[in-house]
Design a protein around this ligand. Structure first.
Ligand SMILES: Nc1ncnc2c1ncn2[C@@H]1O[C@H](COP(=O)(O)OP(=O)(O)OP(=O)(O)O)[C@@H](O)[C@H]1O
Length: 580
């Protein structure tokens, strides 16, 4: 009861008790606790890149080193600069380095990105080993001004920064920027299709993370007084990466565990007279185990809690999709949205393809295809497997830069625009393999895709219309078929001009598929956009489409209204295998 009324009471009380212990524990423990908290900050920062955005960074201690250099330089040569300002400058320097490293990451992933970031760590180490840190040449130690010179107060300050980092990142994770990291982690193609710049998502992840690491480096400089390159060596970057993978640096509890392990394991090894190098072995074994299981310690812990909560919920009421009655009511609500859905009397062409051609080496997947999608219509794009339907969707949405021919939206040639720009211009799509981001709730996912201020009411109306689960449902709890309908909702939330649906009924029951057909048929009148529908379910196509285009071997073999076209002998022969 108390917890529900004052949700911040428990964390604030816990933090205050922990901060209070800083004033009663022996000085050596104060030192250890400070080291642990700083490690927790670095690991949480790294969790943004590795955990949230799904990228690799093997140079986070280099970002910390750059921050430490700036803070110690200001502390020694400009002591009048307040320590907090110096820390912010250290964070800024880390951020600049993060952007510099993030730029090559725009085109790289996996092993190549690992190599680039490790090379950066080695380069920074080589420079700092040669030049040293400020004050090294004069054997000057850096001491921050009072009150930060008091170890106990400094520990509390570090704890406050840790709490600020956790809260700040939690808030950021709920914004479009944080959502773009989750999208990036899940699929670069889905990120671009949602109108999000993949480059921006990568750069914001690297720069945010590096800024926090740079600030943490400043804390290390203030704690140690005298620092050398060995405090930030590439090996240290590697071990922080392994630690983050092991514990789950993207989660606050994972980062706390990292801080605890980083001080407790060496202390225990020392106690038992064992070599300190064993720490690296323990962390590496943990990281390998986490990679094998596909889940970190904190990740497994959270999954366990979520499964228990889900079980409890389904005992009370099974979460599912909304009712058909709700869908009917939602139509009225959508009609109340400010959407320009007035049907143009001449049904002008909204999307035009002229001589679109796509080759994969020797294979001509799409061969000089021309078609016109008129405003306020649903056009089916059908054909046998391998006919080139998905290739056309990929080409129109900007995922095939080698496509030739013209692609025009509202008479404007968009053939050279990047995928995310086409999405922003109003061309939205779903994928044959579902791309709804499991880490988000249904509502967060719609909001991320919308890229405009969408009221909760609008999100709820769209979800109700498509008979999807309510906005608060985590996508990972939604069955696979319905996730694909949620993707349609996300596209509609962005108020597209053209919606391309690639086999949206795959994974749905016959009843769900029939209802989806009804919903798709009404999309033009309710949302004011046109639909290009790729589908093998002929009942759905017949019901939802105003006209269809039939492809075979990459070329158009028929265009017209469904009942007429599906009767044509060459269409039956090519595609339907005798079923008409
Ligand atoms: N990445 C690729 N590399 C080489 N060939 C490809 C690639 N993607 C598609 N193709 C080929 O291009 C042709 C068209 O494929 P596409 O996936 O567009 O067909 P489709 O009509 O969507 O089929 P389906 O109904 O099975 O999804 C096929 O011959 C396919 O093998």
């Amino acid at each position: 009861m108390l917890r529900a009324r004052y949700p911040y009471l428990l964390p604030v009380a816990g933090f205050s008790i922990l901060a209070g212990t800083a004033f009663v524990i022996p000085p050596y423990f104060v030192y250890l606790a400070t080291s642990g908290v700083i490690t927790a900050i670095v690991v949480r920062a790294l969790g943004v890149v590795t955990g949230q955005a799904g990228l690799i960074s093997l140079c986070h201690m280099a970002f910390a080193a750059i921050g430490a250099w700036v803070v110690s330089w200001l502390g020694i040569y400009a002591p009048q600069v307040p320590f907090i300002v110096a820390l912010m400058a250290g964070g800024g320097a880390g951020m600049a380095a993060g952007i510099a490293v993030g730029l090559p990451a725009l085109r790289l992933r996996g092993l190549n990105l690992a190599a680039i970031t490790l090379t950066f760590a080695v380069a920074v180490d080589a420079i700092l080993t040669t030049t040293g840190f400020p004050g090294n040449e004069l054997v000057l130690a850096f001491h921050p001004q009072y009150p930060f010179s008091d170890g106990r107060i400094f520990l509390v300050f570090c704890m406050m920064l840790w709490a600020g980092t956790v809260v700040g990142l939690a808030v950021l994770s709920r914004t479009r920027t944080g959502g773009s990291w989750a999208a990036l982690n899940y699929s670069e193609r889905a990120t671009a299709a949602a109108g999000i710049s993949v480059a921006k998502a990568k750069l914001t992840a690297f720069s945010t993370s590096a800024a926090i690491a740079g600030m943490a480096g400043g804390l290390i400089a203030a704690q140690l007084g005298v620092i050398t390159a060995s405090n930030f060596s590439p090996l240290y970057s590697l071990s922080v990466f392994a630690l983050s993978v092991f514990v789950g640096g993207r989660f606050w509890e994972g980062a706390i565990l990292a801080g605890l392990l980083s001080v407790a394991v060496p202390e225990l090894l020392r106690l038992f007279g064992l070599p300190l190098d064993l720490e690296a072995l323990v962390v590496t074994a943990g990281a390998v185990d986490a990679l094998r299981k596909g889940s970190s310690l904190a990740g497994s812990f959270r999954r366990g809690l979520a499964t228990r909560a889900q079980k409890k919920m389904s005992d009370i009421s099974r979460p599912g999709q909304m009712s058909r009655e709700a869908a009917n009511r939602a139509e009225d609500a959508i009609a109340g949205l400010e959407i320009d859905n007035a049907e143009p009397c001449n049904k002008k062409t909204i999307l035009e393809l002229a001589d679109l051609t796509v080759r994969y080496g020797e294979v001509i997947a799409v061969d000089r295809v021309s078609l016109r999608l008129r405003a306020h219509t649903v056009m089916g794009l059908i054909g046998p497997n391998g006919a080139g339907k998905s290739t056309i969707v990929d080409a129109v949405t900007g995922f095939l830069p080698n496509a030739t021919g013209k692609i025009k939206l509202d008479s404007n040639d968009i053939g050279d625009a990047a995928a995310f720009r086409r999405a922003k211009a109003g061309i939205r799509r779903t994928f044959q393999q579902g791309r709804a981001i499991p880490e988000l709730t249904v509502g967060q996912y719609l909001r991320l895709s919308a890229d405009l201020s969408v009221a909760d009411k609008q999100i709820d109306s769209i979800l109700a219309y498509l008979e999807c689960p309510p906005a608060g449902t985590p996508i990972e709890h939604v069955e696979i078929g319905l996730r694909r309908v949620i993707e349609i909702g996300a596209c509609l939330a962005s108020r597209p001009r053209v919606l391309l649906l690639d086999e949206p009924a795959a994974g749905l029951s016959a009843d769900q598929s029939r209802r989806l057909a009804e919903h798709i048929a009404k999309i033009p009148s309710l949302f004011g956009c046109s639909v290009l529908l790729v589908e093998h379910d002929m009942d759905l196509v017949r019901f939802a489409c105003d006209e269809i285009t039939v492809l075979n071997f990459g070329t158009v073999i028929a265009v017209g209204c469904p009942d007429e076209v599906l009767k044509q002998p060459h269409v039956v022969e090519a595609y339907l295998g005798g079923i008409s």
